[in-house]
Design a protein around this ligand. Structure first.
Ligand SMILES: Cc1cc2nc3c(=O)[nH]c(=O)nc-3n(C[C@H](O)[C@H](O)[C@H](O)COP(=O)(O)OP(=O)(O)OC[C@H]3O[C@@H](n4cnc5c(N)ncnc54)[C@H](O)[C@@H]3O)c2cc1C
Length: 412
């Protein structure tokens, strides 16, 4: 009889199993895929942004949802602890722009392999290609699990690490919510977070493939600014994506009830006066050119026809006859290229799921259910979500560690 069963062998599950086994417990991971860490293997575009090098006490600033719930697990096992653990397995790490930490090899699979080493060192057992279908409870305490293939395992400790609902082909299809619900847990309705957005304006599609770097953005809800950021974004056939778009998506609520506008500042390093000087300088070099041919220093090529159209200035007008008022319009447009968000893309395309097990029903120090003794949660199944930058995996690892240690030690 395994002393601890971990349902789901993703980021949180691998960590939880390792943490419990390190305490000498007999641990079994039950994973429905034929391999562990399937989602981890595709993270960071196959490079796995495994955590962030931000000072540990600043990490939670990047968790817009339920960050307080994570204080204790982040104290117990933070980004430095994670980096040390991985490097001690022989995995070399590197830090890139914005504190994003990756394996030096740029291979996400190396992170999974590092965990495989840790799991085999601690003799964790792994059952693949089967899934937990029911968690059995007796007198308010866990007593076992049954699986899809009809196996029954008796155990007093189950750590539920089945992930959220996004990218269901990786195995996280929301089945864990049902398991928890059957035991009386409340689920905050899952919705997409870190997800691309569809725009109302069709010109966004014209810009498909265009990537904008070092831009500023503002997100407004019913005209009021609710988020701003600086960085990189991309246009797609349906709208927009890229790091700062994904992070903004965490702040978008009901797009049917509210109006969300997204404003791009194409030249955030220049104030209006500096930008005016810049435009005048560019114009002075192109006085006899058509307006549409005078913008190549100011914008990427693909953006020029859209900017010309939105400025309302005749593209064939000679630059020397562009009026002051028209120049002001161009300046305003450069500082505020605005469009409306139609909707978020579906949860299947989201990097993470917002929503999940209500944090009020979980003890934040131990990750144990407040409703069922011996039931623990870790990772994305919990109602927490962070911005891009390695924070979501750190959440999975920190909560996984706390759950594993607590399950191994019993009452803390
Ligand atoms: C494309 C993409 C890129 C990402 N890139 C990054 C990144 O670079 N950095 C970052 O911090 N975050 C990234 N994330 C987010 C990050 O991958 C997740 O937050 C993290 O994997 C969550 O870990 P988890 O263990 O909770 O869930 P998962 O990793 O989803 O693992 C859950 C596991 O449970 C298994 N399972 C489900 N139900 C059952 C069941 N009933 N029985 C048995 N097993 C079950 C699933 O098969 C799965 O293996 C990315 C996500 C995606 C989709």
């Amino acid at each position: 009889m395994p002393e601890v069963i971990v349902a789901g062998g993703g980021a949180a599950g691998m960590m939880a199993a390792y943490a419990a086994a390190e305490e000498g417990k007999d641990v079994l991971i039950i994973e429905k895929n034929k391999m562990l860490g399937r989602k981890v293997r595709i993270t960071g575009k196959g490079r796995c942004n495994v955590t962030n090098s931000a000072p540990p006490d600043e990490m939670l600033r990047f968790v817009p949802r339920n960050s307080r719930f994570l204080i204790s697990s982040f104290k117990r096992f933070n980004n430095t602890d994670l980096m040390n653990l991985l490097e001690n397995t022989g995995l070399k790490l590197k830090t890139e722009r914005g504190g994003r930490v990756f394996p030096q090899s740029d291979k996400a699979v190396d992170v999974v392999n590092a965990f495989m080493k840790l799991l085999s060192k601690e003799r964790v057992r792994v059952l693949i290609c089967d899934e937990v279908r029911e968690i059995k409870v007796n007198n308010g305490s866990v007593c076992g699990v049954t699986t899809k293939k009809g196996r029954t395992f008796l155990t007093e400790k189950v750590i539920l690490c089945t992930g959220g609902k996004s990218y269901p082909l990786t195995g996280s299809d929301g089945s864990g919510y049902m398991l928890a619900q059957q035991l009386g847990h409340s689920i905050i309705a899952p919705k997409p977070a870190l997800v691309p957005m569809e725009t109302k304006e069709s010109w966004a599609a014209e810009l498909q493939g265009l990537s904008l770097k070092n831009i500023g953005i503002r997100l407004k809800e019913n005209g009021k600014k609710i988020y701003d950021d600086f960085g990189e974004m991309m246009f797609t056939h349906f709208g927009i994506t890229g790091p700062i778009v994904l992070s903004s998506s965490c702040h978008i609520g009901d797009t049917e009830k509210n109006t969300y506008s997204f404003e791009i500042d194409l030249k955030p390093a220049l104030d209006e006066k500096q930008l005016e000087e810049r435009i005048l300088r560019d114009f002075s070099e192109s006085l006899n050119k058509n307006f549409e041919n005078s913008l190549s220093k100011l914008y990427p090529q693909k953006l020029i026809p859209v900017m010309v159209r939105l400025s309302g200035i005749n593209p064939y007008k000679k630059v020397n006859s562009v009026t002051r008022e028209e120049r002001r319009k161009l300046l305003k447009l450069t500082k505020c290229l605005a469009f409306e968000i139609k909707c978020l893309r579906p949860i299947e395309e989201a990097i993470v799921t917002d929503g999940g097990i209500d944090t009020k029903e979980i003890n934040p120090s131990t990750m144990e259910s407040r409703l069922v003794k011996g039931l623990y949660f870790a990772g994305e199944i919990i109602d927490v979500a962070a911005y891009t930058g390695g924070y979501n995996l750190q959440i999975a690892f920190s909560t996984g560690y706390a759950a594993g240690k607590s399950a191994a030690k019993g009452k803390e």
